[in-house]
Design a protein around this ligand. Structure first.
Ligand SMILES: [Fe+2]
Ligand SMILES: [Fe+2]
Length: 148
């Protein structure tokens, strides 16, 4: 498996979790559980992606701009996640803010797949893209453990 397939697998999970969470009832246990799952998934994915994938793209002159753009979006999402995490999940405003995060997450993963991966395929060798998938798993596992 190469890094693109590996990242897409997480993106699918993130789209699914966002959709499920948007359907939950105010203050439900389901909402609390899905939020915990999504929060860990988004955080660990973004950090591992930066350490393994974007750090490699950043080194290539033709990849720097895309990498910077994505990392900036990670920062925006992290800020929103922190805000949501500190808020009362049963409040109406929580779901309004969550809808904003959902929109950002879906925009971000769509953009990575449609715009960033084609650029990465030009600047990162096939062998490196294969190795990156394993490195990504290792980094992501470590990040998940550190927040769990
Ligand atoms: Fe990302
Ligand atoms: Fe991603």
């Amino acid at each position: 498996m190469n890094i693109y397939t590996r990242l897409k697998k997480d993106h699918e999970k993130q789209r699914e979790l966002c959709k499920e969470l948007a359907k939950t009832q105010s203050g439900s246990e389901n909402r609390a559980n899905l939020w915990e799952e999504l929060k860990v998934e988004l955080g660990a994915h973004a950090l591992a992606e930066e350490q393994v994938f974007y750090s490699a793209m950043m080194e290539k002159p033709d990849g720097t701009e895309e990498a910077r753009h994505s990392v900036a979006e990670h920062k925006d999402m992290t800020d929103l996640i922190e805000e949501l995490d500190a808020m009362d999940q049963s409040a109406d405003i929580w779901m309004k803010k969550f809808e904003k995060l959902k929109h950002e997450v879906i925009h971000h993963v769509d953009e990575e797949e449609a715009d960033i991966f084609p650029v990465a395929r030009k600047v990162i060798s096939k062998d490196a893209a294969e190795d990156m998938a394993q490195d990504f798993d290792k980094r992501k596992d470590a990040e998940e453990k550190s927040v769990a």
